[in-house]
Each structure stands twice: as structure tokens, then as C-alpha cells.
Ligand binder design. Structure first.
Ligand code: CP
Ligand code: NVA
Length: 303
């Protein structure tokens, strides 16, 4: 069977995504240490060209909990930092490892890795998407609210052009929910991606409109990794987009707040909101572990 990659949300059909989320629930419910034979003898390389805390630790710990060996590679200290082509790295890693997770800048590099690798490649964040995070977040929404995300209203407040917003947009079509984006005009998803989402998305410049009736309210940093030169311009552009308790008043009574972290308190979210009763951000961070374990099993065991 041909290897499967997870480079974007739509690389999975709805049925396949449901298989992964169902397995994640089982893995989370199982006693710690009970699936240590699941990927015994396997190895997974996790390659970082950008900083990470959650992705690095959740992959490394998750791989260990499945009985496999993790190999963490950064730019510093590997030949990637000295210009070795991605496609050569991909072919070599494929000879040692059973899957590769890769965090990089442009999608072109991710695709080069995926095309040259003969083992599954998982997108661990690019400038254009963070699908593994959003798959985990769908799990968190359904766990927290106790029902399917299908038919829900998910508000996205802040940088609508970010990797996170764009993966949420893809998820809206796959899982059949509505994504209401509140973002300044110059920080919205690419037109083609909005068109592809059709009636699953609406866009406004008013956070209150997006949040009205929402089941889930979501935000992310205003300045993503690699955009540091634009930080001042972005602070001005996103003025008024901070998630606060008064902004959340228009959401549903049981609405939850998500943030993939790291957070900048006082910018995209205030301290009271991230620490408040609606916040599910710590469960959200934990669920990276369970869902990524399920995804790795799903990709590796079918090969
Ligand atoms: N949410 C997330 O991917 O966090 P890290 O950048 O710490 O991995
Ligand atoms: N949009 C953020 C997500 C961090 C996990 C970034 O790319 O920096």
C-alpha cells in the first residue's frame, strides 16, 4: 500500500479522521503504559526548523509511550543547517525511520520532504498551516462539549491569515461546522481558500459578530514565527481583537475558549480569559499527545 502523509487536514477523509479521533479517545482512556508495544521497534524522526515546546515534547513523549524511538533533529547540529537538500535528508531518514514529522517555513519545503520520503510525513507546522494542532483541537472541542463538532459555530478572532486559521478553515469543510472569522481586512485567509470553504465560513471585521452564538472561540498570536519584523505593525492592526470576558459575552453560555499556545497575555487574549472557566487550553495542550499518538499509529500501521 502507498504511504500516506498528513500535510493538511484534507489529506484525511472524514471517515479516516474519525478513525484517528476514535483511536485517540481509546489511547487517552487506556492506563498509562498499556500501549507500549504498539509501535515497538519503530522509529520516528521529528525535524524542527522553528522553535517548539508542545510539538516537540508531545511527539517525543508520545513516540516513547508507543514503544518506538524518537529522533529529534534541529537545524543546529544537523546537516540541514549546512545546506544539505531536504530531498536527500528525506531519503536518508526514510532508511532509518518509519515516519517523519517536520516543522518548517514554506509549504514548498514540506512538499519536498514528503515527495522524497518513502515513509509517512506529518506536517508539524508551516507558515501556511498547523493541521496536526487543529486535528487535536477538534478532539478537544468534542471532549469538552460532549457532542460532535458538526453543526457548531467556531469563532476565530485575530490573525485570519495565520497557519492556525487556515487549518481551521480546512477543518470546517471536512467536519461540517461553521468558522466565523473576525480579522482585519489585510489579515484574512487567501481568497481561494475562502472560496473552497464556501458556506462553511463567514468573515467580518467585528469580533462581536463572529463570537455571537459561538460554541468555541479561538485565537492565536498576532505575530507568528518568522514574522517578527512585522510585530509593531501587527500590534496596531489587531487593536480591538483581544479576547476578553466582555467580548465573550455574546457567545453561548457553555462556549469554550481555545488557544494553541504559546500565548501573549494582554495581546490576543487577556489573563482573565486564558485562566478563566471557559478556557480549555491546558486540555488542548495535553490532547496533542493523545491525538498525535493515534495519528502516528494510523499512518505507520497501515504501511
Ligand atoms: N501549539 C504549538 O504547536 O506549540 P509549540 O510551538 O510549542 O510546539
Ligand atoms: N501561529 C503560530 C502558531 C504557534 C504554534 C506560529 O506559527 O508561530
Amino acid at each position: 500500500m502507498n504511504k500516506r502523509d498528513f500535510l493538511k487536514i484534507s489529506d484525511l477523509s472524514l471517515a479516516e479522521a474519525r478513525e484517528v479521533l476514535t483511536l485517540a479517545r481509546a489511547l487517552k482512556a487506556a492506563p498509562k503504559g498499556s500501549h507500549v508495544d504498539r509501535l515497538r521497534g519503530r522509529a520516528v524522526a521529528v525535524v524542527f526548523e522553528k522553535a517548539s515546546t508542545r510539538t516537540r515534547v508531545s511527539f517525543e513523549v508520545g513516540i516513547g509511550q508507543l514503544g518506538a524511538q524518537s529522533v529529534i533533529l534541529g537545524i543546529e547540529g544537523s546537516q540541514l543547517g549546512r545546506g544539505e537538500p531536504i530531498k536527500d535528508t528525506a531519503r536518508v531518514l526514510s532508511r532509518y525511520c518509519d515516519a517523519i514529522a517536520y516543522r518548517t517555513f514554506g509549504t514548498k519545503k514540506l512538499l519536498e520532504m514528503a515527495h522524497a520520503a518513502t515513509v509517512p510525513v506529518i506536517n508539524a507546522l508551516t507558515d501556511d498551516g498547523h493541521p496536526v494542532q487543529v486535528l487535536c483541537d477538534v478532539f478537544t472541542v468534542e471532549e469538552a462539549l460532549g457532542r460532535s463538532i458538526a453543526g457548531m459555530r467556531v469563532a476565530w478572532v485575530g490573525d485570519g491569515s495565520s497557519n492556525m486559521a487556515r487549518s481551521w478553515l480546512e477543518a470546517a469543510s471536512l467536519f461540517d461546522f461553521h468558522l466565523a472569522i473576525a480579522a482585519p481586512t489585510e489579515f484574512r485567509p487567501p481568497v481561494a481558500e475562502l472560496a473552497a470553504a464556501g458556506a462553511h465560513v463567514s468573515v467580518t471585521g467585528d469580533p462581536r459578530v463572529a463570537i455571537a452564538g459561538a460554541d468555541v472561540v479561538n485565537t492565536d498570536v498576532w505575530t507568528s514565527m518568522g514574522q517578527e519584523d512585522e510585530a509593531q505593525k501587527r500590534l496596531l492592526a489587531f487593536d480591538g481583537y483581544t479576547l476578553t470576558s466582555s467580548l465573550l459575552e455574546g457567545s453561548k453560555a457553555d462556549a469554550i475558549v481555545l488557544h494553541c499556545l504559546p500565548a501573549h497575555r494582554g495581546e490576543e487574549i487577556d489573563d482573565a480569559t486564558i485562566e478563566g472557566p471557559r478556557s480549555r487550553v491546558w486540555d488542548q495542550a495535553e490532547n496533542r499527545l493523545h491525538v498525535q499518538k493515534a495519528l502516528m499509529c494510523w499512518l505507520i500501521e497501515r504501511g
